[in-house]
Design a binder for this molecule. Structure first.
Ligand code: MHF
Ligand SMILES: O=c1ccn([C@H]2C[C@H](O)[C@@H](COP(=O)(O)O)O2)c(=O)[nH]1
Length: 283
């Protein structure tokens, strides 16, 4: 929690105002932030200085792991986070590749599970990683990347947290996740939950111990209409101790994640938090 608050304070103190053309808003911005999460000791990085809707963040992650391309499928899992980008972003609404209401196009999980090759076949990046790690193999290329430049025009948004690299040291699995662009008040609250949970889940389904998750962020920003709430409300609050994430131990394979897992298979214990804060969302 301290890492998160330090980054927020750093943006407030040292950020530079940058005009953003896509959203038509200014963002107070810093570059280069490194966060580390201790998954081995289950220090779940849930924001405590406001209420965090953590189930929504895990639902989003599960949707990516399943390769979903539709905001309705995300809603069915328990999150509305893709509604706006799928249905209210004018550039995407005008895009001839959009397949109708709720379509997100070839973003995130679509790339993770079915990256298209020139010959028409597809690559399942996640399946390969799970298979290798389950056999104790780390080929130094256990990488799942959603960053497919050749297909940016086929999706509603370029991926923000775009690459996840898994590393095996003995029987302990670590994760390094890269994020090119980070809406710190809204997005990071979710993204750090996702980095932590991705490592915990991958360790569980491959029979490995979970170690550390490293979260590397390039452009970290606060939108102009979020700044007062962050500076004058959230940053004035004292954080509480980290809660713990409990994952149903019956989840044992990628097929389990793809078929029967729901948000009821995740529980958080010891979550003490301040009141919710409603930050504006920029489409
Ligand atoms: N500007 C922007 N920021 C983002 O963080 C973001 C995007 N766009 N587009 C793609 C996804 C969607 N994400 C989102 C979308 C909405 C919330 C959000 O509204 N969160 C609220 C309530 C969540 C709920 O009730 O489930 C929050 O208070 O955290 C968070 C992340 C993260 N990403
Ligand atoms: O997982 C996510 C997804 C999105 N964001 C934020 C970061 C930016 O504020 C916008 C994306 O805008 P770009 O113009 O494509 O950079 O969404 C996030 O923080 N986390």
């Amino acid at each position: 929690m301290k890492q998160y608050l330090d980054l927020c304070q750093r943006i407030v103190d040292d950020g530079v105002w940058i005009e953003n053309e896509r959203t038509n808003k200014r963002c107070l911005t810093v570059v280069n932030a490194d966060l580390t999460f201790d998954v081995a000791n289950n220090e779940f990085p849930l924001i405590t200085t406001r209420k965090s809707f953590w189930k929504s963040a895990i639902a989003e992650l599960l949707g990516y792991l399943r390769g979903y391309d539709n905001a309705a499928d995300f809603r069915a899992l328990g999150t509305k986070t893709w509604d706006m980008n799928a249905n209210e972003n004018q550039a995407w609404l005008n895009n001839p590749h959009r397949k109708g209401h709720d379509d997100m196009g070839r973003v995130y999980g679509v790339q993770g599970r079915s990256w298209q090759k020139p010959d028409g076949t597809t690559i399942d990046q996640l399946r390969k990683i799970v298979d290798n790690l389950s056999k104790g193999i780390d080929d130094r290329g256990e990488i799942m990347t959603f960053y497919n430049l050749g297909e940016f025009d086929l999706g509603c948004l370029r991926p923000c947290m775009h690459t996840h690299t898994f590393s095996l040291l003995g029987d302990t699995l670590h994760l390094t996740s890269y994020q090119r662009s980070c809406d710190v008040p809204l997005g990071l609250n979710f993204n750090q939950i996702q980095v932590f949970t991705l490592l915990a889940l991958m360790a569980q389904i491959t029979g490995l111990k979970a170690g550390k998750a490293y979260h590397k962020i390039v452009n970290a920003h606060i939108y102009e209409d979020q700044l007062a709430l962050m500076r004058d409300v959230q940053l004035q609050r004292e954080p509480f101790a980290s809660p713990q994430l409990i994952i149903n131990p019956k989840i044992k394979s990628l097929e389990d994640l793809e078929t029967w897992v729901t948000m009821d298979d995740f529980e958080v214990v010891g979550y003490e938090h301040h009141e919710a804060i409603k930050y504006p969302f920029s489409v």
